[in-house]
Design a protein around this ligand. Structure first.
Ligand SMILES: Nc1ncnc2c1ncn2[C@@H]1O[C@H](COP(=O)(O)OP(=O)(O)OP(=O)(O)O)[C@@H](O)[C@H]1O
Length: 359
């Protein structure tokens, strides 16, 4: 019998919960991924208190799936949603972007948002923002309700890449309303400040803005909020993991060794802050000559696949290096909107993420 999501869910329905029901019937399984013999998923408890008592169920789930034919490796992560205490009354939010962070106890859910997926890379310039915008557009075109939070506060790209020309407003004087482009709700510093103006802020201002973008924006009901991170393993990544309940991260890398070295660090950082890495994406994978059709692996071949295998995460896509991608990004009309081969690759990636329960 082949290893399918349904088969794994049926095995998980044998893992009973202390207060009735089982892991599958109570809809606690998230981000279930089957990649060859590697199976990974997240058990999401409704609160930290419930999660604290579920380690035996996590172990039982791991053992039950490991016993299935064809399973080589199982990764099961236990997370919790919901604050342990009622959230304290918040003061009226300050609409000025760039305020200092407000104190907050532990990561919190963004109201109305089902899943928060970070798009990360170790190295800069590997195409994280390009992947974020195209994935957001492809998911929205497939019928998902999608938001895009540009967490690259100092080097925001999303206003340009998504062709945003209007500024966010506030309909209630308290929360910011995101701007909408290509079916996606967007919040980016690039939509607020003049494009030629540098954002020169110290850490606390950055973190305050990040918190505002997560919690003082009317995101509405979203299936998935894509968070375009800055490169590296710094303050923004740490703050997000401490303030926002994240579903997981997708790590983007190009195939060459210098990029992979940094991608490995990004993966390690996510493990340290307990955010599951749900998959890797190889960008600028190969170049197909538009004249003769010859495919050249300019930056090497197979490196990202090997890395993904090492961490037990799926390699979700291998996206080509193509002039169309850059031109479309610069024009504010992501290539995923087109019928090109790269547009099709992004649609396939979006469909795969939906099928895996990631988006
Ligand atoms: N597959 C691709 N083919 C051609 N050009 C690409 C591709 N992916 C990204 N680019 C181009 O490479 C440049 C850098 O991409 P992008 O800004 O998405 O990278 P990034 O990792 O987000 O960068 P940063 O580290 O600055 O945040 C952009 O001009 C983009 O259009």
């Amino acid at each position: 019998m082949s290893l399918t999501r349904d088969r794994i869910l049926s095995v998980l329905s044998s893992v009973a919960l202390p207060d009735n029901g089982d892991l599958a019937s109570r809809d606690m399984i998230r981000a279930l991924t089957v990649d060859g013999g590697n199976v990974s998923f997240v058990i999401e408890a409704p609160s930290p208190e419930v999660a604290a008592g579920l380690e035996p169920q996590r172990k039982a789930a791991e053992a039950a799936v490991a016993a299935l034919d064809g399973v080589e490796k199982v990764t099961v992560i236990l997370t919790a949603h919901g604050a342990s205490k009622p959230a304290p009354q918040k003061p009226a939010p300050n609409l000025r972007v760039g305020g200092h962070p407000t104190p907050q106890a532990g990561p919190q859910k963004i109201a109305g948002v089902d899943r928060v997926i970070a798009i990360a890379s170790g190295k800069g310039g590997v195409g994280k923002s390009t992947v974020s915008s195209n994935l957001a557009v492809a998911l929205a075109a497939s019928g998902r309700k999608v938001g895009l939070l540009d967490a690259d506060i100092l080097g925001p790209s999303q206003a340009l890449m998504m062709g945003v020309t209007e500024k966010p407003t506030s309909s209630d004087g308290k929360q910011l309303d995101p701007v909408k482009a290509h079916g996606v709700e967007i919040m980016s510093v690039g939509a607020i400040v003049d494009p030629d103006q540098a954002v020169v802020w110290r850490g606390p201002m950055l973190m305050g803005t990040l918190q505002q973008f997560a919690f003082q924006v009317n995101w509405g009901d979203l299936d998935v909020l894509i968070v375009d991170l800055p490169p590296g393993t710094g303050d923004v990544q740490l703050t997000l993991s401490q303030k926002v309940e994240m579903t997981g991260a997708l790590v983007v890398s190009t195939p060459q060794d210098v990029a992979l070295l940094d991608a490995r660090k990004a993966v390690d950082m996510f493990h340290k802050v307990n955010i599951p890495v749900l998959g890797m994406i190889e960008n600028m994978s190969s170049y197909i000559c538009p004249n003769c059709g010859h495919e050249a692996h300019l930056f090497g071949e197979g490196g990202v696949a090997k890395e993904a295998e090492k961490i037990g995460a799926p390699l979700l896509a291998q996206l080509p290096l193509s002039l169309d991608v850059r031109l479309a990004g610069d024009a504010g009309k992501p290539v995923a909107l087109t019928d090109s081969a790269t547009g099709e690759a992004y649609r396939a990636l979006a469909a795969d993420l939906v099928a895996r329960g990631i988006a």
